[in-house]
Unconditional design. Structure first.
Length: 114
């Protein structure tokens, strides 16, 4: 459990030390689940079978949902923050997607009320 706590502290230090939101999300998204899994392994040994089963369920839920959550946070920051990246590889695709959306919205015929 001490090793898991140490890994979680490293994730917290990464949140404080890194300058860009992308680096902060990376630190939190990679280190904190590892810290949780290591700490839950130690706690599972102390809690017995029923407690370990609950911790396994929580660990599986974290492993399945954390990548999606971090991806959505990355996407939200990318769309709302100023230019932080030196090379924005998504910019051309976002412009093209916006143009297609605008074109399809203007070419749709209004429905008649007959």
């Amino acid at each position: 459990m001490i090793v898991g706590a140490f890994i979680a502290i490293l994730a917290a230090v990464g949140l404080l030390r890194f300058s860009t939101p992308y680096a902060r999300f990376h630190a939190a998204g990679k280190a904190s689940p590892v810290g949780f899994l290591v700490a839950s392994l130690g706690a599972g040994l102390e809690l017995g079978v029923a407690g370990a089963a609950q911790l396994v369920l929580a660990g599986v839920a974290m492993i399945l949902t954390l990548p999606v959550g971090v991806h959505l946070l990355f996407r939200a920051v990318h769309r709302t923050d100023g230019p932080v990246l030196r090379v924005d590889e998504l910019a051309p695709a976002e412009v093209q997607s916006q143009r297609l959306h605008d074109t399809s919205a203007t070419t749709q015929a209004p429905e008649s009320n007959q």
